[in-house]
Design a protein around this ligand. Sequence first.
Ligand code: URA
Length: 236
Amino acid sequence: MRLDKYVCECTQLTRSLATQALRSKRVNVNGRVVKSGSTKIAIATDIVMLDGQTLVLHEGFRYYMMHKPPAMVCANTDFDHPIVFDIMYDEPAINKLHTVGRLDLDTTGLLLITDDGKWSHFITSPKHHKPKTYRAWLAEPLIDTAEKQFENGITLRGEKDPTQPATLKRISDTEVLVTLNEGKYHQVKRMFAALGNHVEGLHREKIGDVALDEDLNEGEYRELSPDEVSSLAKPS
Ligand code: URA
């Protein structure tokens, strides 16, 4: 592989920043400074360093779960708020990662992150109905008919068709577990708004059969196990 391409693939540098790094003698191969981006390197045997750090090429896709904290945006760039990828700052080629769907700024809990576009598309596609379970804390006591309304579908403000059947489990009058089989914009908040209530706190606990790891504190993440990756890639 060309050296400039290798530097880009191992880091977050664009091709022009990689070229600048090479010209400024910040890159060496097997201990010798190399300035030419077109130099061919053997990935398996050559040791390439940038600013004294050995570069490692990630082969294969990467899959993570994060315990999303509040006040962080699920996006690769944002001018107003910190982004969830700030937490992963020391992962290589972080610009290749994306979140699998989004959680609102104030929503916490299970967030999947990957660089495998097919895998994330499978999970978010309405065709595959991956159930997602949320714990919600409500401003007002839940009305008696809420479970039935969630089961029958609720017509959200600005929508023509009702939501697909969803499950509502009452933990207390103001704390519930909601399982959705689709992912409309702000869906949980809008469903409770349609019942005249207001969601004060929202936390995603589960997607398909994969639950948020209890050992992860807010703002921590870990790699998914191969079993978790493949269970999410199977139809529910
Ligand atoms: N539904 C919402 O209203 N917000 C989220 O973040 C996720 C689901």
